[in-house]
Design a protein around this ligand. Sequence first.
Ligand SMILES: Cc1cc2nc3c(=O)[nH]c(=O)nc-3n(C[C@H](O)[C@H](O)[C@H](O)COP(=O)(O)OP(=O)(O)OC[C@H]3O[C@@H](n4cnc5c(N)ncnc54)[C@H](O)[C@@H]3O)c2cc1C
Length: 396
Amino acid sequence: MNLSFTKDELAFRDDVRAFFRAAVPADIREKLIAGLHPSKNDLVRWTRILADKGWAVPHWPVEYGGTDWSPVKQYIFTEEMSQAPAPAPLPFGVNMVGPVIYTFGNDAQKKRFLPRIATLEDWWCQGFSEPGSGSDLASLKMRAVRKGNQYVVNGQKTWTSLAQYADWIFCLVRTDPNVKKQLGISFLLIDMKSPGITVRPIQMIDGGHEVNEVFFDDVRVPADNLVGEENRGWDYAKFLLGNERFNIACVGVSKERIRRIKDLASQACFGGQRLIDQAHFREKVAAVELQLKALEITQLRVLANESKRQKATQDPASSILKIKGAEIQQATSELLMDVVGPYALPFQSEEDLEPPIGPGWAPSIAPAYFNARKVSIYGGSDEIQKNIIAKAVLGL
Ligand SMILES: Cc1cc2nc3c(=O)[nH]c(=O)nc-3n(C[C@H](O)[C@H](O)[C@H](O)COP(=O)(O)OP(=O)(O)OC[C@H]3O[C@@H](n4cnc5c(N)ncnc54)[C@H](O)[C@@H]3O)c2cc1C
């Protein structure tokens, strides 16, 4: 298996790198380097820059605004974007509901929703998880009852990321409670301005507001907003979750983070010696770098196999990428805690950053460390990924 890039791919990488160097607004770039989250406005601004270049949805089919890049070129693009660093596009639109709509939706849905997803005119959120239905997602209870040309929706979603900004939510709803649980689920697009929707914030361990509970009380949804066939939503959800897992390895993000760790460790001084010169710290960094290299090679192997797989199926090995990617992101957040040392305290949430006591970069480190715990939960927890690997990769 050849894992090296071709001449053409290397030239493409140079082009993409040059574009990111010139195009990422300085204020957004600085925010990301400091480990802070981009705001809604930052994401909209950045998505419009990508859209002007024709690169907002490169993985989509050309007819819907995508490119004809190979999976390897798309991988290079994502990696270069992470390392620029530039904000990752909002995944709920471009990686999740967009591909579901162009694969399973009807023409009217494609025309109405896809262009607005690509330019972030519509902010989407993901309404899958419910209290008691996270890992066992197919047990979800939120009910949608067809009445004429509408569905009447009642129930609750939870952990809904960034729902406070959302114009639309894509939901899994139960349309038939009397069949095997996977066979009674449908995929519904719901306008967040519909009467009967209430969004309540959940505070995260880092003090920030990233996730929400969303309540639906007799919400009326046009039947035209059903994607594909009624009661086939579980198939569409599996397709969507497969995409989510592949993008979750975040090799480029971790590479950028390690660069930052080395840079800051050469400024930090403990016991009269620069941290970067201390053997125990160098060993820790090297161990994480080795794991990251192994992850990158695994990701390239998954990519090299891509062309052999059936369209719309995912390599179960992407579960390995999800677990290791999460572990490495968490390991880099721990290294940053080593770098910041006592200046990690007093702990402040990102939304409440006061002028720092230590160096200017210090206050964002502890929130980022706590925030990184989430990576081994969302998109399917580590234990669930291990079950997939046991069954589908190891054949146990
Ligand atoms: C920051 C964050 C953002 C999120 N954003 C969204 C979002 O935007 N939209 C959305 O729909 N959801 C979102 N989620 C929800 C996420 O998908 C679920 O949290 C996840 O699927 C786990 O479900 P749960 O929280 O109900 O935990 P549970 O399923 O109750 O699991 C609890 C524990 O039991 C373990 N476990 C469960 N079943 C098994 C099993 N069969 N074998 C072994 N161990 C098992 C799990 O690994 C976990 O450790 C988000 C979660 C987080 C943390």
